[in-house]
Design a protein around this ligand. Structure first.
Ligand code: DC
Length: 228
């Protein structure tokens, strides 16, 4: 049940637009809870892999999502994510886990199973909900909805920098990263169940030429228009 006193800010958009960083910083600044809905799809994909589930068996995938045993624990270094008691914070961030997440996210039984779980994150004084369909489907009544985008090229640049930071020894292929991003955009936008789409009342922000701080300032300015 969504608590009435929770002010919900939804941040939707494609992979690599900066949603994760912006949402986490925004939640911290406002003292709001944070929903990283992508992590729930990544966890479902990972759990399905660990259970050697057939990815074409949609009922089985729905059951995996329904029975996920997850815990998000906040630490001073960010959020640690547990699946059945195991720390999977890194395991869910691999490219494979991203592609698996995108596959399971196209399955209606999975989306249905995760819907209430996502709504349960709402708590006073507020929630920042990061995803693809937060404003359109999960929290359609949210007073502040943002659709955060950036060009595919800029998102590939950012991803490449992120990967190089995490593993300086490895060589990365920009063209490959760009085509992975384009493939994921296509898969997320063209699926029939709750595709990546801006809610009609969302404010669009293109972060291609903006810093994270500039995006944050813009969203905080929008939030202030609702009064304290
Ligand atoms: O934001 P992310 O990269 O962690 O998301 C992983 C995948 O999950 C992404 O390909 C799209 C999907 N997803 C979704 O379909 N709906 C959401 N609300 C969040 C993520």
């Amino acid at each position: 049940m969504v608590q009435q006193s929770a002010f919900i800010i939804t941040i939707d958009g494609p992979s690599g637009a900066g949603k994760g960083t912006v949402s986490a910083s925004l939640a911290l600044r406002l003292g709001f809870a944070l929903l990283d809905s992508g992590a729930l799809y990544r966890l479902t994909g990972l759990a399905a892999r660990l259970l050697a589930c057939d990815f074409d068996d949609h009922a089985a995938l729905g059951e995996v999502a329904r029975t996920l045993d997850v815990e998000f624990r906040s630490t001073e270094h960010g959020v640690t994510i547990y699946l059945s008691g195991q720390d999977v914070s890194k395991a869910i961030r691999t490219e494979q886990a991203g592609m698996d997440a995108s596959r399971v996210a196209a399955v209606p039984a999975v989306r249905d199973a995760l819907l209430q779980r996502q709504r349960d994150f709402a708590e006073a004084p507020g929630l920042v909900a990061d995803g693809r369909d937060m404003g359109s489907t999960v929290f359609p009544e949210a007073p502040l909805k943002v659709f955060l985008t950036a060009s595919a090229e800029e998102r590939a640049n950012r991803r490449m920098k992120q990967l190089q930071l995490a593993n300086a020894e490895q060589e990365y292929d920009y063209q490959q990263i760009l085509s992975d991003i384009e493939a994921r955009d296509k898969q997320d936008s063209e699926r029939s169940s709750s595709p990546l789409a801006a809610a009609a009342d969302a404010v669009h922000i293109d972060s291609s030429h903006m810093t994270i701080e500039e995006v944050l300032t813009k969203i905080l300015d929008l939030y202030r228009t609702f009064g304290d």
